[in-house]
Design a protein around this ligand. Structure first.
Ligand code: PLP
Length: 205
């Protein structure tokens, strides 16, 4: 089992559950990084694994890029050992929580009755499902035309999701822009629905 804990420290409403690896250390390879909490540009991450698996992973890493630069590794190790990571999270999680809340409010304001979405307890995204089917590609094209983007569900799921799904990211969007972004998305949705209604009534000649 490969456990990807990269978002696990971005937590808003309660304590995070223990990692799977804690329950079954012999069966789980755990990987994590500072990309979602401190900075993606640091390219700093780690793996917890045992025995020969660990050695093979270390060799694979060596073969692929020699190694992550050592100065950054030392700085990161000092940062983690000094307890600064926890301090950083205490400031960054409320920052993302505020954005999560604003996005949920904006969805309710502009798309009420059109969607279903669980309030995420962490991470950087909201997974939105549309209650009525819609051409995902058409929605994406129209959203871009309106000046917003999202990750179409079909691009990140192995099987086609039963409902049209969108991954909306709130982490990088200024609070002032979140409402406007969802408003534009709702406008794009209405426009695509309008077109679909219209094309359904045009006779084939
Ligand atoms: C779910 C998930 N796992 C892992 C990664 C990789 O993180 P890193 O930037 O440390 O390679 C990402 C980054 O986009 C991610 O979204």
């Amino acid at each position: 089992v490969l456990e990807d804990g990269v978002y696990s420290d971005v937590r808003f409403d309660d304590e995070q559950p223990p990692p799977l690896r804690e329950l079954a250390p012999g069966h789980v390879i755990y990987c994590d990084s500072l990309s979602k909490t401190v900075g993606g540009g640091l390219r700093m991450g780690w793996i917890a694994a045992r025995g020969p698996v660990f050695d093979r992973l270390a060799m694979l890493k060596l073969n692929s890029d020699f190694h992550t630069n050592t100065l950054s590794q030392h700085i990161t190790a000092r940062f983690l050992a000094a307890g600064l990571y926890e301090k950083h999270l205490a400031a960054s999680n409320p920052f993302y929580r505020e954005r999560r809340d604003l996005m949920m409010e904006a969805l309710e304001k502009h798309l009420a009755g059109e969607y279903r979405a669980e309030r995420p307890n962490g991470g950087h995204h909201v997974w939105v499902q549309l209650l009525r089917p819609l051409d995902e590609r058409a929605l994406y094209r129209e959203a871009v035309r309106q000046g917003v983007t999202f990750t179409p569900g079909g691009t990140v799921t192995v099987e086609r999701p039963p409902l049209t799904s969108l991954r909306l990211s709130f982490s990088l969007v200024d609070p002032d822009d979140l409402d406007e972004g969802v408003r534009r998305l709702a406008r794009a949705l209405r426009e695509v629905r309008r077109r679909e209604r219209y094309s359904a009534t045009v006779p084939v000649s």
